[in-house]
Each structure stands twice: as structure tokens, then as C-alpha cells.
Design a protein around this ligand. Structure first.
Ligand SMILES: *Cc1c(COP(=O)(O)O)cnc(C)c1O
Length: 851
């Protein structure tokens, strides 16, 4: 018999234990060991059985146990202490408040939009790295005191759970989540009715969503949920699955996240008195429609015209791209966007705005497609990639939006991702190194006095814990594949707690090449079975349900690992999630990553390993490209320039085997007289000391605050003062510029060497030009000379720029010092100039000399 509906009964807590309810719903427990210990002590067995989830613990622990604890003075005292600690955490001034005291103009609050948030496995609302990054972003914002509001969707089935068939094929199932059983609170009107946001849909329909709030330390996370009987059936399923449906389903989700998300933020702030955000951060382009909602607000509440509103929206928006290839960009057929935003349909979305203006925001080369990343860039004054390398890749990929500019001038910067130390570093390590809970992995002040042998002992105990977990999970996986306990005795002896352990876990898109290690199975077998220096490998990862290629790769790994001669040295563990990730990143000695460079925008799991003293063995892609220093791990040489993917994989796999057998394994097994691997431990120490602070999401969030949020808040204020005078001025300026721009001309450029003769390195030249400004005022523009190296097709590189000044003769002139020897070139160009622009490339307008 199956239930027709499901619901969750929350435990009724005795009055004396009411603080446990608060402690269970504020997700700070996920990174606060003392709170976890308190819950564990409620009932250690139930705690283990529910996988360390406080709400489930409270629901399942026998009522008698709770009433006994309600009279247990020792337990009550510990509860009070943890509760007081949480209150302090939530109220005392932190880094952000200090920054404000130093006089920095910082935003009153920041709204952070993302389609997924991975805060804890107890709230499975994420699929992979993007979501975990968003969760870590909120946690660090909380630790730093950044007044942030997270915004996203609550999926009825979260992401799928992964199991394996007996043949090793990925099987997906979608457990239905009841929000009332999750650490969430539904927002209600003062009347007690659910607080709803409404978004107009075509044909005059309305999509309604309730708002659930997860409390992530100091940061509220608002999650929209359309599973309401008031919604039409098809609309009701809008938030059924993460990345599940077709384009129509996805655009509805994105309209809800962006437009509905903005409305949820407004309603939440009005309800609670939380300051309204001044800066809006879109984590990838999916929530980009929030810009349209803000245009609507500015139009309706402040009477701004479309172009003026765009200026105001841009000033306060930060856009982060995570995509390294055009194929990865989120796009919709233009007709679909027209269907949702066209005149006559969703009127309440962008009233009075001609549809073609909306469509122009997402225009790309293909006139049939609407490009969410292009809209993101057009609606954000500040944009960034997620590692230095990816910043460069993004500048190249999007340079078409800024024609005429050098790639290095494209206004897309980079903020390298980070991971939340208190979530991802093993608590035992922090204890050993004497860290406080606030700076796990961040400074390692206490490392010097800790001996190699103590640190090694700890690494061994973390490996042992992983081995136990591997055995437990492997047995469980085999039972799901149809084996009986009777034939699974061998699972208890897979892996060896003394053997060099390599981990590989991440989602399974093709570019991450989970099967690269199988390129030469005999080489791999030899490494696994080496009599003196064996390695063992643990692999995990989910394939997108629609990606057959990914499932084939998983099956290949599983079938290899199923073989009797190697199954004690290589395992595939199904259902990779944050809880498995914690075992893996803390217990593995080596973290392997072999994407096709440069397709890994950043990658973060290797950072989690580094926080635990794991050594990275990785292709120089994403974060590793900038942080590998020759002593903190190994770089797998990449076959740059080899275009045949088969040959490239052969070459890179061979390099991987070679590195493991000649460097990684020998270093691991080379022991001092006390049994400690001395050189290995020096690499571990170096990793903890130098990468520890750099890979933290607290470092990342501080960078966002200083380089993106603070400047965005200043820009937003500058365009908004005096009833959006600045926005109107820029809109006027842009209109004036557009009208004149095609007639602006530069002619008669000439260069003369000062003192005559040949140009010399470090010598000076004078450049002159005639410029017709087509009626623009000289103060509207910057005329500059650009001098640099030239390649065979005369493209300028490594150039320097110098502003030119008007001469009495009516032309422009500048003196430049020659920066390089060798083939050089120069040109003259006219650029927009306005104090409210973030830089000369912002408007994507430039006139280059033609003669
Ligand atoms: C950290 C993490 C990821 C991201 O890993 P990458 O190395 O960036 O691919 C994905 N899934 C889970 C569960 C994680 O914890």
C-alpha cells in the first residue's frame, strides 16, 4: 500500500530543550563541531543512523529520551553554552563591520542568486560544484559578517540519487522531499497566510510560489517553491527537479528564480526589516532575468526610461561566469523568450518595454537564440571568471561583445573560487594545528611545533577512516546491485589503510575524463598491484541523467573495478554527495584531476583536499594553473597543441602513469627510520601552510567585497542620487555617443622619432593625428595612441596606451616611450570617457584610425 500524500511530523520538544530546535534549524551546525557533538550526545546510535542530521535525530529519538534529557542538568548546561555561542556568532561585529568602521562605503546588503545551493547533504538542493560553491559563498559571507541574502529554488526532488545496476549502469531515483522535514521555515504574512510571490505567465496565467527560508548562520537563504494547489498543474511542476526538463521548463525555472527571486527578496526585507540589497550578484547566467525585474521596478517606481533603468541596474550588478566553452552557455530559442516576455503576454514582467529591447539584451551571432550569458554581461557593470586562467578564457570567449578592443582589455576579471574551511577540513586536523573554529586551514599558526610523526599519524587515521567508509559503502552498493551479504565477505578487506590512496570524484561530463586512467589498463593494473609500492584508487561521481556518454564512462570504471584481481585496489562508490566528499577529500593522500585543459573553469574539490594536507596531482587547469608551485603536488603535463583527442588522451595518460610510478609512489613509500615519509610530509606541510589560506572561500568573499561589491555599491549610489540623475546622464551620454559615433574619424596619423633616426627601445616618439569628433565635445572622449608588439597579421599585443592632447593646429598629439624592441606598431583610437563608466571598454565602443 502506498501513501497518497506524505507529510512530516516534527518532534515536540520539551520546553527546557527548545534551544535544540533553533540549533537544528540554523545550518551553522553543519560547520560547528560543538553543535554536532551536542546533537550526537542526544542519542549516539540514532545520530549515526540518521547520518548526522539534527532534525531527523529529533524526530526519531524516543520521547522518553528527550524527557530524561530535559531534566539532565549537565546536558542542559551544555545546550545553553552552545546556544549562547550561536547567539554570539549571530550578533557580534565581524570583518565586514570592521571594514565599515574603517570608513569604506559597503553595500547595506547583497543579494546572491544561484540555481543551486549545496549547504549540507541534509538539504539536497544541489547537483555539483556550482551549488557547493554557492553554499560555501554563503557560509563565508556569514563568517565574515557580510549582510547577504541567498536566493534560489527549492526542488521537490533535489538532484537524483545514484545507484548501480548489476551491470554497472547508473540508475537514478528521485526521492521526494517534504520541505517540512527539512531545515526550512516557510515565510508567512502577519495574518499567518503563506507569503506568496506571483509571476505573470503567457495567456494571462499566474505562477505562484511560496518562500522557504534556510538560515545559513547569519545569512537567510530564500528558496521558491511552486508546489501549490493554487497553481495550474503544469505550472505547479516548475520547481519539481533541478536541471530536469526541456527548454520550456528551464526558462520557467529561470524566470521564477530571477523575477520571482527579486520579488521574494523585496517581500522578505519588507517583512523583516532586513536592509534592501544594493548589490545583486548572479552566480552564472541562470538568474539573469532579475535584471528585467529591476528595470520594471525602476520604471514603475521612479519613472525611468528603459535605457536609464539599464544604466542603474548595471551599476549594482555583478555577474560571474563559470563557463569555459560556448557550448556550455545557457541559451533559449528567441521565440520562447518572446512567448514569455512578448507584448500581450506577461505584461506585468516588463510593462511598456518593447519586446525587441528585451531580446536585444540576449542577442548573439545566431539570430534565433537568446544568450543568457550575453544578457548577464549586458546587465552587469562588473563581471568575472572563476580562476585567473578562466578569466583569460572568458575574455577571449566573449570578446565579440567588445569589438575593436584587445583581448586583455575586455572588462571581465577573475576571482578564484574557494572552499569553506570549517566545512571541508577535518576537525581533528584543526585541533592538532591549534586553529580556532573561525580560521580552519586559514593560518596554521600552530603548525611549527607539530612534529612530522604526529601529522603523519593523523593523516594515517584519516586514511583509515576513509577505508572503513569505502568498505561500508561498497558492501551497500553491492547489495543494491543484487548481491547477498553471504557473498560479500571480500568487501571487508578491500583497500589497505597503509597503501597510497588516490581519489577522483566529481561530476562526470566528458571533459573531466574520469576514464583517462583506463587508457592503458595494463599500466593501471601494474600500478595497483605493485608488490612494493601499490596504489589504491577510489572513484565517485554522477552522470547527468540525459548523458549516455557519461554513463558509459561510469560503467567502464565499474566493470574494471569489478574484476577479481583488482577489486581490492580500485572501487567506484555510487551516490557522490557532500557527505561522501568529506570522507574522500580528508582521507585521500592524492587528489587526481585530469580535465581537458582549459575546460575546468576552476575546480574546487582539489582545494578541499589541500585543506586536509592532500597533495594534488592535476592537469594545470583552473585553480591549479595559478597555485601549483612545484612543491605542493604534481602537474600532469598536458599535450597542448595536439588536436587529435585520442592521441592527446594517450599522451596525457602516459604522463600520468609515469608521474605516479616515478614520483608519487616512490615519495610516499620512502620512509625515515621512524616510518614517516619525510619528503612527503614536507610537501604536506608546504601545502597546508601555503595553499591553506589561499583556497578558502573567506579569501574569495573578501575579494568579492573589496573588488566587486564595494565598487558596485559606489556606482549604484552614484547613478541613483538626486532621483537617478547619474543614470539619466549616462543614458543621455550614450544616446549622444550612438548618434555621432559612426561619423567619428581619425586620419593622417603620423609618427616621428624624437631627435630623428631609427626608433630605439626606451626612446621617445611623437604621434600626431587628425580627429573628427562629429560634433561630440572633446571632453566626451579620450583620444589615445596605442603602441606595442605586432604579430604577422599586424595585431597589437603587450601594448601601452597614452592619452593624446589637442594641439593648436587642430589635431591631437602625444609623446610615447617605446616599450619593446622588435617588430612594433601603433594605432590611434577614440574611446568614450565619462566619470560614471567603470572603464574605457565598458560601452564596447571604439573608433580606430583608418589611415
Ligand atoms: C566540491 C564538490 C564538487 C566540485 O568538485 P570539482 O572538483 O569542482 O568538480 C562536486 N560535488 C560535490 C559533492 C562536492 O563536494
Amino acid at each position: 500500500m502506498r501513501a497518497v500524500h506524505r507529510f512530516t511530523v516534527r518532534a515536540h520538544l520539551p520546553e527546557a530543550l527548545s534551544a535544540l530546535g533553533t540549533l537544528a534549524t540554523n545550518l551553522r551546525w553543519t560547520w560547528h563541531p560543538p553543535t554536532q557533538d551536542l546533537f550526537a550526545s542526544v542519542d549516539p546510535e540514532v545520530w549515526a543512523a540518521v547520518g548526522g542530521d539534527p532534525l531527523r535525530l529529533l524526530a526519531e529519538v524516543p520521547a522518553g529520551r528527550l524527557s530524561r534529557l530535559a531534566k539532565d542538568e549537565d546536558f542542559l548546561a551544555r545546550t545553553r553554552a552552545v546556544d549562547d555561542d550561536l547567539r554570539r556568532y549571530l550578533t557580534v561585529p565581524r570583518w565586514y563591520q570592521q571594514r565599515q568602521d574603517e570608513g569604506g562605503l559597503l553595500p547595506a546588503s547583497v543579494a546572491y542568486f544561484s540555481m543551486e545551493f549545496g549547504v549540507t547533504e541534509a538539504l539536497p538542493n544541489y547537483s555539483g560544484g556550482l551549488g557547493v560553491l554557492a553554499g560555501d559563498h554563503l557560509k563565508s559571507a556569514s563568517d565574515l559578517g557580510v549582510p547577504m541574502i541567498g536566493v534560489g529554488l527549492l526542488y521537490r526532488s533535489g538532484y537524483f540519487r545514484q545507484a548501480l545496476s548489476s551491470e554497472g549502469w547508473q540508475v537514478e531515483h528521485y526521492p521526494v522531499l517534504d520541505p517540512r522535514g527539512l531545515p526550512l521555515e516557510m515565510l508567512t504574512e502577519p495574518s499567518g497566510e503563506p507569503l506568496l510571490v506571483r509571476v505573470g505567465m503567457p495567456a494571462g496565467r499566474t505562477l505562484r510560489a511560496r518562500i522557504w527560508k534556510a538560515q545559513v548562520g547569519r545569512v537567510p537563504l530564500l528558496l521558491l517553491d511552486t508546489d501549490l494547489p493554487d497553481n495550474d498543474d503544469d505550472l505547479r511542476g516548475t520547481t519539481d527537479r533541478l536541471y530536469g526538463g526541456d527548454a520550456d521548463h528551464r526558462i520557467r525555472q529561470e524566470i521564477l528564480a530571477g523575477v520571482g527571486g527579486m520579488r521574494a527578496v523585496r517581500a522578505y526585507c519588507a517583512l523583516t526589516g532586513h536592509p534592501q540589497p544594493e548589490v545583486f550578484h548572479t552566480n552564472e547566467g541562470h538568474a539573469g532575468f532579475l535584471g528585467l525585474e529591476r528595470i520594471r521596478e525602476l520604471h514603475q517606481d521612479h519613472g525611468l526610461q528603459f535605457d536609464e533603468a539599464v544604466v542603474a541596474v548595471r551599476a549594482g550588478t555583478v555577474f560571474t561566469t563559470h563557463t569555459p566553452v560556448p557550448a556550455g552557455i545557457d541559451r533559449f530559442p528567441v521565440d520562447l523568450v518572446r512567448h514569455y516576455f512578448g507584448e500581450g503576454t506577461a505584461r506585468d514582467l516588463v510593462p511598456g518595454v518593447p519586446t525587441n529591447r528585451v531580446l536585444a539584451l540576449g542577442a548573439e551571432d545566431n539570430p534565433g537564440m537568446f544568450n543568457m550569458a550575453h544578457m548577464g554581461l549586458r546587465l552587469a557593470q562588473r563581471a568575472n571568471g572563476v580562476s585567473e586562467l578562466h578569466g583569460g578564457v572568458s575574455r577571449k570567449m566573449f570578446r565579440g561583445l567588445w569589438p575593436g578592443f584587445g583581448t586583455e582589455e575586455i572588462p571581465i576579471g577573475s576571482v578564484t573560487n574557494g572552499v569553506h574551511g570549517p566545512t571541508w577540513s577535518a576537525r581533528e586536523l584543526g585541533k592538532l594545528l591549534g586553529e580556532s573554529e573561525m580560521d580552519s586551514g586559514a593560518g596554521l599558526r600552530g603548525m611549527e611545533p607539530v612534529s612530522d610523526s604526529l601529522l603523519w599519524e593523523l593523516r594515517c587515521s584519516l586514511r583509515q577512516r576513509l577505508v572503513d567508509e569505502v568498505r561500508r559503502r561498497l558492501r551497500h552498493a553491492w547489495r543494491q546491485r543484487g548481491a547477498s551479504d553471504l557473498e560479500l565477505g571480500w568487501c571487508d578487506s578491500v583497500f589497505d589503510p597503509d597503501v597510497l590512496t588516490i581519489g577522483f570524484a566529481r561530476r562526470v561530463p566528458t571533459y573531466k575524463r574520469v576514464t583517462l586512467m583506463l587508457r592503458d589498463t595494463e599500466r593501471l593494473r601494474a600500478l595497483l598491484l605493485d608488490a612494493e609500492r601499490p596504489v589504491q584508487v577510489v572513484v565517485a561521481g554522477k552522470s547527468h541523467p540525459a548523458d549516455e556518454g557519461g554513463k558509459v564512462m561510469i560503467q567502464k570504471i565499474v566493470q574494471f573495478a569489478d574484476q577479481a584481481d583488482v577489486r581490492h585496489r580500485i572501487v567506484f562508490l555510487p551516490d557522490y554527495d557532500m557527505s561522501l566528499a568529506r570522507y574522500l577529500v580528508s582521507g585521500c593522500d592524492v587528489w587526481l584531476n585530469n580535465p581537458v585543459r582549459p575546460l575546468e573553469a576552476c575546480g574546487t574539490s582539489g582545494m578541499k583536499a589541500a585543506l586536509n594536507g592532500g597533495l594534488n596531482l592535476s592537469v594545470r587547469d583552473g585553480w591549479w594553473d595559478e597555485m601549483f608551485d612545484g612543491h605542493n603536488g604534481w602537474a600532469i603535463p598536458n599535450a597542448d597543441g595536439v588536436t587529435d583527442p585520442n592521441r592527446r588522451d594517450d599522451l596525457e595518460a602516459a604522463a600520468l602513469y609515469e608521474l605516479i610510478s616515478t614520483q608519487v609512489a616512490p615519495t610516499f613509500y620512502e620512509r625515515n627510520t621512524d616510518g614517516v615519509p619525510g619528503k612527503w610530509m614536507s610537501m604536506v606541510r608546504h601545502t597546508l601552510a601555503t595553499l591553506g589560506p589561499r583556497v578558502q572561500s573567506s579569501r574569495m568573499v573578501r575579494e568579492y567585497v573589496d573588488h566587486h561589491y564595494a565598487p558596485a555599491a559606489r556606482s549604484a549610489k552614484a547613478v541613483a542620487t538626486a532621483d537617478y540623475q547619474g543614470a539619466k546622464e549616462i543614458a543621455d551620454y550614450r544616446a549622444r555617443l550612438s548618434a555621432a559615433w559612426t561619423w567619428v574619424k581619425i586620419s593622417d596619423t603620423e609618427m616621428s622619432v624624437q631627435g630623428g633616426g631609427t626608433p630605439l627601445l626606451g626612446g621617445q616618439v611623437v604621434v600626431r593625428a587628425q580627429v573628427d569628433l562629429a560634433g561630440l565635445d572633446p571632453s566626451d572622449v579620450d583620444v589615445e595612441v596605442v603602441v606595442g608588439r605586432v604579430d604577422d597579421s599586424d595585431v597589437l599585443h603587450d601594448f601601452v596606451r597614452e592619452s593624446m592632447h589637442p594641439t593648436e593646429a587642430g589635431g591631437y598629439e602625444a609623446t610615447v616611450t617605446l616599450p619593446h624592441a622588435g617588430p612594433a606598431g601603433y594605432t590611434v583610437r577614440v574611446l568614450p570617457k565619462h566619470p560614471l563608466l567603470s572603464g574605457p571598454a565598458e560601452l564596447g565602443k571604439v573608433v580606430l584610425a583608418t589611415s
